[in-house]
Design a protein around this ligand. Structure first.
Ligand code: TPP
Length: 583
């Protein structure tokens, strides 16, 4: 039976069919739907959102050592968090097939950077698989699991946004039952990398790589498609689809099992064509290797190395290669016609109250990556830095220790707090800092589509579980000043923030109100502006609420958008904003 599936759905299906019994992960676009779909196969597959990628990776690794087939899912930056266990799992080896499914985001559609995960495969000396469509996403995940098991190595399945999210037909199969017995077999020289056992492991990693290379040479996942011999293209992932469209006449070496490189196949292909071009997205990962083999090829000379590729961009490359000029065609012909819409927090977002309160203080705000990153834009303009998850807390401490004269406030979301905010908080207490940390607790991981986390009281399957208290963790870390606020009560929120800023010891404020989008309901009664009372002072616009419109000096509240949070009513000096019921 064939079904139209996204790449992420196909990976989940492949894991199910291949007898995976453990799936772990931490949400991150564009990888999130892999685990969400795999969780539908419960109870045959146990799935969990772990607090962060390192934990998720280690849980899946533990399952693999016990003999289970397991996968772990994350976005590219998530692999930075899990890089520590990756590098050593490569040494200690695995038992049940283990695949890290890592989704890259060329073009940074929803990410803070554009890094290329393929480098991690080479770094950790583990096999790498790169699907170009949904069928391959399923097939290569299954292949990766069996290669992992055969060579006792972790494997990486690397997708990109276009592969993760586009749909194509996939042939469905039956679920294979796991072949291995579950039961960890004690073997310290294999699993304990203290130096005396670690050094032989290091040797084995190199031996394993040779075996993997021999396999990649003859794997059907790496194939030559002979067409005209004038131009040969080496490519992988989604770049394969674009290249086929732009150079339909060219011969192609398509890499699906792309590390270790199939050197003999690359040589054979290069010898068979007059001109060789590498078409790949992001880093010159293949190109540099081909050149290191002593084969001359072109790549970055014509194909852009930053931002997402597209057929349009490669048509430019083709024109350049053919000796023409690249036309400076505007990529988005409608851009000029559309009114600018700066990104803003949703109407009724509880984060808005805190940013508004902070905008009244002369402080530095080190922020973090969730929805609240939107607090960096005008008119709120109240977030001064973003680095990576958890850094909102630790950077506040660093600035304070550097001698920043103003008080520093660190801001993180609830999911981010559990992910990597806690350790930063410990650092502040331990090293006698006095930053104020605000956790914006909207009871969900909103930015990535409302996943649960240790604070929500629900598992990935929706079962009730312990809801871990952020306040209790703060106290357990040694913070004496811990308080909770309702971000919709502006006066109270402002007073609390003022008091904590004045304190000469660290403090933790938990701003708690559920995300109205997740709850699918209004916060309160819709508001409206009484025209006769309004002085058009435009103070209400300083909230940056998309429901408040000022047209030719006349203020209005868009009734379709208003979520009834009431912040505008609280800041209107003329009392012109009232509940709609009260009109
Ligand atoms: C290492 C890493 N993993 C995952 C992500 C994707 N991501 C961005 S923000 C975020 C968490 C958002 O949740 P929360 O902190 O609760 O804030 P909210 O969006 O709910 O306001 C995640 C998972 C990332 N940017 N970096």
């Amino acid at each position: 039976m064939r079904r139209l599936l996204s790449g992420n759905e196909a990976i989940a299906r492949g894991a199910y069919e291949a007898g995976v019994t453990i799936g772990t992960g931490y949400p991150g676009t564009p990888s999130t739907e892999i685990l969400e779909n795999l969780a539908r196969y419960s109870p045959e597959v146990y799935c969990e959102w772990s607090p962060n990628e390192k934990v998720a990776f280690e849980v899946a690794a533990g399952a693999s050592l016990a003999g289970a087939r397991s996968i772990v899912t994350m976005k590219h930056v998530g692999l930075n968090v899990a890089a520590d266990p990756l590098m050593t799992l490569s040494y200690i080896s695995v038992e049940g097939g283990f695949v890290a499914c890592v989704a890259d985001d060329p073009g940074m559609h929803s990410s803070q950077n554009e890094q290329d995960t393929r480098n991690y495969a080479r770094f950790a000396r583990v096999p790498l698989f790169e699907p170009a469509d949904s069928q391959e996403a399923k097939d290569l995940l299954m292949l990766a699991l069996s290669v992992s098991e055969e060579f006792k190595t972790p494997a990486i399945l690397r997708t990109t946004t276009r592969v993760s999210h586009s749909r194509s037909l996939v042939e469905l199969g039956e679920r294979e039952q796991a072949k291995k017995e579950i039961g960890f077999v004690k073997n310290p020289p294999r699993f304990v990398p203290i130096p005396v056992w670690g050094r032989p492991m290091r040797q084995r990693v190199e031996e394993r790589l040779k075996g993997l290379q021999a396999l990649s040479e003859k794997s059907p996942a790496n194939r030559i498609e002979w067409r005209s011999k004038g131009l040969g293209i080496i490519t992988s992932s989604i770049a394969y689809q674009y290249a086929r469209e732009v150079w339909p006449e060219a011969s192609v070496l398509k890499l699906g099992f792309s590390y270790p490189f199939p050197d003999a196949l690359i040589r054979e292909f290069a010898q068979g064509v007059d001109r060789l071009l590498v078409v790949e997205e992001l880093d010159p990962f293949i190109e540099e290797h081909v050149k290191a083999l002593g084969i001359s090829c072109q790549g970055r000379d014509f194909v852009p190395g930053i931002m997402e590729l597209s057929v349009d961009r490669l048509l430019q490359s083709r024109r350049l290669m053919d000796g023409g000029e690249a036309t400076r065609k505007e990529e988005d012909p409608f851009r000029e016609l559309l009114p600018p819409r700066p990104p803003v927090l949703c109407p009724g977002c509880p984060h808005r109250g805190v940013f508004y309160a902070l905008s009244r203080e002369d402080v530095v705000v080190t922020g973090d990556i969730g929805c609240y990153s939107l607090g960096a834009f005008p008119p709120l303009d109240r977030m001064d830095s973003i680095l990576c998850m958890g850094a909102g807390v630790s950077m506040a401490h660093g600035m304070e220790k550097a001698g920043e004269k103003r008080k520093v406030v660190g801001v993180v979301g609830d999911s981010t707090f559990f992910h990597s905010g806690i350790t930063g908080l410990l650092d502040i207490v331990y090293n006698k800092g006095h930053s104020t940390i605000i956790v914006l607790d909207n009871r969900t991981t909103a930015m990535t589509g409302h996943q649960d986390h240790p604070g929500t009281g629900r598992t990935i399957g929706g079962e009730p579980t312990v809801a871990v208290s952020i306040e209790d963790i703060g106290r357990a870390c040694g913070i004496n000043r811990v308080r909770s606020i309702d971000p919709y009560q502006l006066d109270n929120a402002r007073e609390a923030i003022k008091e904590e800023l004045a304190a000469l010891e660290p403090s933790l404020i938990v701003s708690r109100a559920p995300c109205p989008l997740r709850e699918r309901r209004r916060v309160g009664a819709m508001r409206t502006i009484l025209a006769e009372e309004c002085r058009a002072c435009e103070l209400c616009l300083s909230l940056g609420c998309p429901a408040i419109e000022g047209v030719d000096g006349v203020m209005k509240i868009n009734q379709t958008l208003c979520a009834g949070c009431g912040l505008c009513e609280q800041i209107c000096p003329a009392g012109a904003i009232v509940s709609r019921e009260g009109v």
